[in-house]
Design a protein around this ligand. Structure first.
Ligand SMILES: [Zn+2]
Length: 349
């Protein structure tokens, strides 16, 4: 059955080269007026003048767009959507030139959100997150990656991921859950008798198995940054995540260089590369990432292209990587239907 969308004030086609866009190309929306769209299932079969498509597809079911804009769905590949109290006051400080690490030293930053989230129930977090995601949908977003990472205990990380699962069921959005238990070293593991190694062991031995057993996340992410997780620590956690069948992400060298770019390059030949710092780091140690189209049954395509901001992390297995990473062990045979990805994405917090 075909469907024809008409009465479109402005159609945004994003038509252009059949590859990832670069530079000024990303500003070209390619808008049309007087146009209609015909789809069949999830596939666009025709875009053209309204009268032409009406004549060519007279039996199509008609959707009246009411004189609105029709555009491709936006994909938000990086959100920290599960939190309690917003930290708006920190935006003012950052705008005034106070650095992220200084804000954290004053008791703000991630630790502030951690204290807040731990005191809230799953129901409360769900009620807070729901309107945030509805707002994204109202602005045209159709796919959203959502991270945990403000719990930093097994129970609180699981609580956050369960909120994401409930949101998946409550919203007509495609939500992609990411486990970010390695968002920070919790305060309680910074002084004796506890150690940061014990927290990393908690992630590896308790959190990740629990997340995998409940299938609560598609991805695992780590904040690899001086003062947070070192590249060696991240390597351990990435390896464990991969063994549990999770795909990999990395907050890589966002503030300072910590070897995260090198880690991504050595771990995933098709690593998605974002920041200039990341690209510089990757280029020193490895050849540029090769374009790697990843099919998503027609709904989207993700490209691992040099200099390309990561698009929505597709959960559909892509083509095999040229070789397995050498420093992170290959995954055990996946015990679930999820793909065992061989790529990382890196992006800003
Ligand atoms: Zn982030």
């Amino acid at each position: 059955m075909r469907t024809r969308f008409e009465n479109i004030a402005q159609l945004v086609t994003a038509a252009g080269p059949a590859r990832a866009r670069r530079g000024a190309e990303m500003q070209a929306l390619e808008t049309r007026t007087g146009a209609a769209v015909v789809i069949e299932g999830e596939r666009i079969v025709a875009v053209g003048p309204h009268d032409t498509l009406r004549a060519a597809h007279p039996d199509a079911e008609v959707v009246d767009c009411g004189g609105r804009v029709l555009m491709p769905g936006l994909v938000d590949s990086h959100t920290h959507g599960i939190f309690g109290k917003p930290r708006h006051e920190e935006q003012e400080l950052r705008a005034a030139g106070v650095g992220y690490m200084e804000i954290a030293r004053r008791g703000g930053g991630i630790h502030s959100s951690v204290r807040d989230l731990r005191a809230r129930s799953e129901d409360e977090l769900f009620a807070l997150a729901l309107p945030r995601l509805k707002r994204l949908a109202a602005h045209g977003t159709t796919t959203v990656e959502v991270k945990s990472g403000y719990g930093l205990t097994t129970d609180d990380e699981i609580k956050s991921l369960r909120v994401i699962r409930r949101l998946q069921q409550a919203l007509p959005l495609r939500l992609v859950p990411t486990f970010l238990g390695a968002h920070e070293i919790p305060i309680e593991y910074r002084t004796a008798p506890r150690t940061r190694d014990e927290y990393i062991a908690l992630i590896v031995d308790e959190m990740l198995p629990h997340v995998a057993a409940e299938r609560l996340a598609d991805f695992a992410d780590i904040f690899c940054e001086p003062g947070v997780y070192t590249a060696d620590e991240a390597r351990v956690i990435l390896g464990a995540a991969r063994r549990h069948g999770l795909q990999l992400k990395l907050h890589a060298d966002e503030l300072e260089t910590a070897g995260a770019a090198e880690l991504a390059a050595e771990s995933a030949p098709s690593a998605l590369i974002t920041s200039p710092r990341f690209r510089r780091g990757a280029s020193r140690r490895s050849p540029p990432a090769r374009p790697s189209p990843r099919s998503c049954r027609g709904r989207c395509s993700s490209w691992a292209a040099p200099g390309r901001r990561p698009r929505e992390p597709c959960s559909t297995p892509g083509p095999p990587s040229p070789s397995l990473p050498t420093s992170i062990p290959a995954p055990h045979p996946p015990s679930t239907s999820r793909s065992s990805s061989r790529w990382l994405s890196a992006s800003c917090a």
